[in-house]
Design a protein. Structure first.
Length: 317
């Protein structure tokens, strides 16, 4: 961390490094339009290596979107949002949807609105929740992010239907966050998402197998690790999250995202300042990233009853 970051860690952002990482993520996916069918024609081993690189590019793409959501990608707010939108188009879901969704995650973390692994304690339909949970972590979360933008082309009707159906005031409040300008931007970006996907289909039209494999590989990565940092944490703590250990050399390549509890405590801090805040908070690690992520396979669990406040005992005479 440089002197500027040390002096004011909540305002610092590593703009040059962010631009370099953005160039990698954007160019890799653009090059993929041509490279995917070529590498597929070489050998299974070559495509396996390409899958690994594509998986990393997917992770980096989301991490850069995440920085843009918190206005920590570029110093200029307008440029920050436009670059975030470019990454989101390649990711497959408009930026403003991801932004509202992520800020909602911070606001409602570990509430009933944001605990995917917890089911109501009194439910009689556990199997239904079980199927929904495994579907979500095995790819349906990303698939829903790809499909949801279509609703914004008939936004007013969609919103009326959701308001009429739901009993959640919080969900209605979230829908109200989407301004008219946001909806227009989402519609434009959704069209560009479709265009980018159509270009990939066109290039791979003679054999769609590699494109399908890449799509579901991305869906699995995004969906599986979305809740990995929160699985099994205290549902009564709004800032509950796990710090998960990875080798020190790996941390910059995942933008220190493994220090997730630190991020929830300091959401306005850039990725480059998280190690310093981790040390300042005297925080520690709760497990290993891959091993803790795999614990999600254990499945959903019933939501524990919230602790009751201690009753005031009457004084006895």
């Amino acid at each position: 961390m440089n002197a500027t970051a040390s002096a004011d860690p909540l305002r610092y952002l590593p703009q040059s490094r962010n631009l370099g990482l953005s160039a990698f993520a954007i160019l890799f996916q653009l090059a993929g339009l041509v490279l995917t069918p070529v590498i597929w024609s070489w050998s299974g081993a070559a495509f396996a290596v390409y899958l690994a690189l594509y998986g990393y590019a997917t992770v980096m793409c989301w991490l850069l979107i995440h920085e843009a959501i918190h206005c920590k990608l570029l110093r200029n707010r307008t440029a920050n949002d436009y670059l975030g939108r470019v990454h989101a188009i390649q990711f497959g879901c408009p930026f403003h949807i991801l932004k509202i969704g992520h800020m909602t995650h911070h606001r409602y973390n570990r509430s009933e609105l944001d605990t995917t692994e917890l089911v109501p304690a009194d439910t009689k339909h556990f199997m239904r929740w079980w199927l929904a949970y495994y579907g979500r972590i095995l790819g349906l979360l990303y698939l829903s992010e790809v499909i949801l933008p279509l609703a914004f082309f008939c936004w007013k009707r969609f919103k009326r239907l959701v308001v009429a159906w739901t009993q959640s005031k919080a969900l209605v409040a979230i829908l109200d966050l989407f301004t008219r300008r946001m909806v227009q931007a989402i519609q434009m970006d959704a069209a560009l998402c479709v265009g980018f996907l159509a270009a990939q289909v066109y290039v791979n039209w003679h054999d769609l197998t590699p494109l399908i494999l890449l799509f579901f590989w991305r869906a699995l990565i995004v969906s599986f690790y979305d809740n990995a940092y929160h699985y099994g944490t205290d549902p009564h703590d709004n800032q509950a999250a796990n710090n998960l250990a990875v080798p020190r050399v790996v941390r910059p390549f995942i933008l220190n995202h493994n220090m997730h509890r630190v991020h929830h405590r300091h959401p306005s801090a850039s990725w480059a300042t998280l190690p310093g805040l981790f040390a300042a908070d005297k925080d520690g690690f709760d497990g290993v990233l891959i091993a803790t992520g795999l614990q999600q396979i254990k499945g959903p669990m019933r939501r524990p009853v919230p602790p009751k406040p201690a009753e005031t005992q009457r004084a006895t005479e």
